[in-house]
Design a binder for this molecule. Structure first.
Ligand SMILES: CC(C)(COP(=O)(O)OP(=O)(O)OC[C@H]1O[C@@H](n2cnc3c(N)ncnc32)[C@H](O)[C@@H]1OP(=O)(O)O)[C@@H](O)C(=O)NCCC(=O)NCCS
Length: 149
């Protein structure tokens, strides 16, 4: 597997964002997923590059590239950042991609005072690897808005 990481959406189309939001009853479409990424203050994408291995292709050469994982953050640009989403496609999990996405995002967010996310307790050990610690959170969910449309 040739996996490359990028923080640019340039040349990435909705077609290259298929297969995410596994298990969501009312998932965002790939087009909406692209809007989510475009509206985020920070993103990291994991791209599978078709063989033969080569450096990250130029924008216009990004055909055949598949997005296999992503993480996003939203921020006020001063003190605080929040990480809403991290996902790796099922067939690409357990190969270190999620960890690399989280590590790269934590690097990007180092200038901020607070870096927060909400996760299941079972994922707390995963995030502890990146310097986070368990806390408590309050959440609200408008399920009729889950697709973002
Ligand atoms: C969480 C996720 C991004 C990890 O991606 P990944 O590429 O498999 O991550 P890595 O290979 O770097 O690390 C795997 C680690 O993830 C953690 N992990 C993943 N799923 C887990 C689960 N269901 N329960 C507990 N830990 C889990 C484990 O610590 C695992 O380490 P291990 O292999 O030593 O057990 C991926 O499982 C995923 O997309 N899950 C569905 C969406 C999701 O839950 N996102 C997180 C929202 S807060």
């Amino acid at each position: 597997l040739m996996i490359t990481y990028t923080d640019s959406l340039d040349g990435i189309t909705a077609e290259q964002l298929q297969g995410f939001f596994v298990g969501w009853p009312n998932p965002p479409t790939p087009e909406t997923h692209r809007r989510i990424l475009a509206g985020s203050s920070h993103i990291v994408l994991a791209l599978e590059i078709p063989s033969p291995p080569s450096p990250l292709p130029q924008v216009e050469e990004r055909t055949g590239v598949r997005v296999v994982g992503f993480i996003n953050a939203i921020s006020d640009g001063v003190l605080s950042a929040f990480i809403p989403l991290l996902e790796v496609l099922p067939e690409y999990q357990e190969q270190g991609i999620g960890g690399e996405l989280a590590r790269r995002m934590m690097d990007k967010l180092r200038p901020f005072y607070t870096i927060d996310l909400v996760c299941d307790p079972k994922l707390q050990p995963f995030y502890e690897r990146f310097g986070m610690r368990p806390y408590s959170a309050m959440i609200a969910r408008n399920y009729e808005r889950q697709s973002g449309e």
